[in-house]
Design a protein around this ligand. Structure first.
Ligand code: G4P
Length: 295
């Protein structure tokens, strides 16, 4: 394994196109519903959204909360609320927390709804767009929130060119294509956190290196996860030694009877991404608890 860590780069071409599409669509809507990954709520945000949605009502949803540490999630909810965002934790896969969102929409857009009523404008639905980085769960969320019975309104395909809206009751319309925000980072630590959760193409990352970084974090903050899953509780081991242990426990052995570190690294990363290591959050608003530089 090399001593120098691989630099994780991103592709600006994707970003520019997605950003342009978002900018076009954002003009049409009142409300931005932003999904972030509850395990890395800051790293999984693209800071451009603050500028793009500056004059829009905002809701931040901490998705995949089933995989995040509940203590960290409640800290993050307070954090976002202090920033003036309406926030909730959800699990789009099971639908937990999704039912309450309709009332959050009403709360977020209260000012506009009241203004419309005063002007005598009734039944004017709120128009919203779901945004988030790839893989954060936008499509799963739309399915859970609107359900299969969703009716598409607006321009009919083939008749008039235009946007498709999905009606959620009579009070809300969602743009049917979620806004994709590519992750953006100068900080390699942010890149690594996105790689842990699988939001960065694995082809540009060395799994063994990533696994070692993850182990440093787990050793420090979630040592029980290694004990419970692999029976490892010698915390003076180096990450490579832990990978060797995992290889032995999982019978990942090379021909010369050497433990297969690469395979063990893959097992660790897969176990983390599928939640088998328990509910783990990789960042906290409190820096002492593995937090991130919020500046
Ligand atoms: P995207 O549109 O933002 O790109 O994300 P998408 O909905 O495709 O979801 C990406 C993956 O995240 C999917 O898993 C989806 O099931 C999973 N996911 C979404 N929300 C949640 C959640 O709240 N909790 C958990 N645990 N998982 C969630 P996949 O492995 O790609 O597909 P599948 O095997 O689940 O079908």
């Amino acid at each position: 394994m090399s001593e120098n860590k691989t630099t994780i780069n991103w592709f600006p071409g994707h970003m520019t196109k997605a950003k342009r599409m978002m900018e076009e669509n954002i003009k049409l809507i009142d409300l931005v519903i932003e999904l972030v990954d509850a395990r890395v709520p800051l790293s999984s945000r693209n800071p451009d959204i603050d500028k793009m949605a500056a004059n829009k009502y905002r809701i931040v949803l901490l998705n995949k909360s089933d995989m995040a540490d509940p203590r960290a999630t409640s800290e993050w909810i307070s954090y976002f609320e202090k920033q003036g965002c309406i926030t909730a934790e959800i699990n789009s896969k099971t639908g937990a927390g999704v039912k309450n969102i309709q009332s959050l929409v009403q709360a977020a857009c209260k000012e506009k709804i009241e203004k419309n009523l005063k002007r005598g404008i009734k039944n004017r639905p709120i128009r919203a767009m779901i945004v988030g980085i790839p893989n954060v769960g936008k499509s799963t969320f739309i399915n859970a929130f609107v359900g299969k019975a969703a009716t598409k309104t607006g321009n009919k395909p083939g008749v008039t060119k235009g946007k498709q809206w999905i009606a959620k009751g009579k009070d809300l319309q969602l743009l049917d294509t979620p806004g994709i925000l590519w992750p953006k980072f100068e900080d390699q630590e942010v890149g690594r956190r996105l790689a842990f959760i699988g939001s960065i193409n694995d082809e540009i990352i060395y799994t063994d290196e990533l696994a070692c970084d993850l182990l440093e974090y787990l050793k420090k903050l979630y040592p029980d996860s290694l004990k419970d899953r692999y029976g490892i509780d010698s915390f003076d081991l180096t990450p490579v030694e832990i990978l060797k242990e995992i290889a032995l426990v999982r019978k990942a052995i090379l021909k010369g009877k050497e433990p297969d570190i690469n395979k063990a690294a893959g097992i660790l990363i897969d176990d983390f991404r599928s939640g088998k290591l328990g509910r783990i959050s990789l960042e906290r608003p409190n820096k002492k608890l593995g937090g991130i530089n919020l500046a």
